[in-house]
Design a protein around this ligand. Sequence first.
Ligand SMILES: O=C(O)CCC(=O)C(=O)O
Ligand SMILES: [Fe+2]
Length: 331
Amino acid sequence: MNIQTDTLAELAKEATIGGMGTTVDREIPVIDLSDFDNRKHEIADALWQASVDIGFFQVYNHGIAQDDIDAAFETAWTFFALPAEVKAKTPMPKGINAGWEFKAQVRPSTGTPDNKESFQLTRPDMIRLNLWPSEDDLPGFREKMLRFERQNWELGMRILSCFALKMGFAEDFFTKAHDPSSDQYQSTLRLIHYMSMEGAKPEDFSSWRAGAHSDFDCLTILHQKEGEGGLQVCPGKDAALKEWTDVPPRKGYITCNIGDMLMRWSDDQLQSTLHRVRMPRENEYMGRRLSLPFFCQANRDAVMQGPLGKYEAITAGEYLTRRINANFAKK
Ligand SMILES: O=C(O)CCC(=O)C(=O)O
Ligand SMILES: [Fe+2]
C-alpha cells in the first residue's frame, strides 16, 4: 500500500481534531508472564500466536516493579523540564539513535515532523559521543536511566527467548545477539515527550504526535501512562482498510510489538505492524504525554538469517543504518 499518498490525502481532509481513517475495536492479546520458567512453553505459544496475528500484545506480571516504571517517568521529565539550551548540549547526531532531538523526526508516512521531543539512550554512543547530561545539570539521571535500561533489556530478552524457542534457535540466541557487554550493542531506550495540546489552535491538531510507522527493531517494550492514550495500530492484513485500533494504556500492563528486524529474521512469520500516536480528541486529556519505549535492536555485528532462509543474511548494523537514514534524511 502507498502509505505516503493515503496519509497526506487524509491529512488534508481532516484539518481539525479527530484524526484520520476510521477506528475499529480489535482485541490486543494480553499475556501473563508470571511463573515464567515453568510456563515458558505456554507463554511462548501465546507470544508467537499474538505476533503472527497482529504483532502487538500487552504483558502483565512482567517483573518490572510499577514503582520503578513510575520513577523512570519522573526522571525522564526532569530531563525534558530543563531549559532548551541545556538539552542542546547533548544533541542527536545524524544517523545515531542517541541524544536529544526536538521535532526532528520526519516520518515517511506523513512528511511532517512528529510533534514531540525525545532523548535517546544507546549505551556505547553515550560514552563515545559524550551524550550524557552532566551530573551538574541533572544529578543521578545517568545512573537511574541505566538501571531502567537494564530492566527493560532483561524483560526483552525473556520475551525474545520465547521467539528463539519457536524459531528453532537456542533459547539464548537473541540474548547473545543483544549482548550488552559488546561495543556493538545498539539497543535503545527512548524518552519521549509529546507536547501538551492545551490551548492549541485547531490547525495544530492536523499534525501527528507520531506519524504512522513500523519500528525498526526486533521487539519494542513500550511504557505508557494510564490516561495518556493515543497509540493506534493498523494490522498488516487489514492495512488497506485504514482501520485503526486504539490501544489504551493500562497500569500494570506493558505494550509490546514486533519490529521489522524480527519480521525479517523470522522470514516474515512475525508481523511488524503499523502504528501511530494520534492527537487527543475534543473530550480527551489534552496535557503532555510521556512514553518510554525500549527498542531491542540486535548488536551491529549480529547476522540476521532466518530459519527458512527467505532473505539473504545481513548484519543488524547495516540493516539499522539503512532504516535510520530513511527517517532522518533531512538533517
Ligand atoms: O509513544 C508511543 O506510545 C509510541 C511511540 C512509538 O511508536 C515509537 O517511538 O516508535
Ligand atoms: Fe513505534
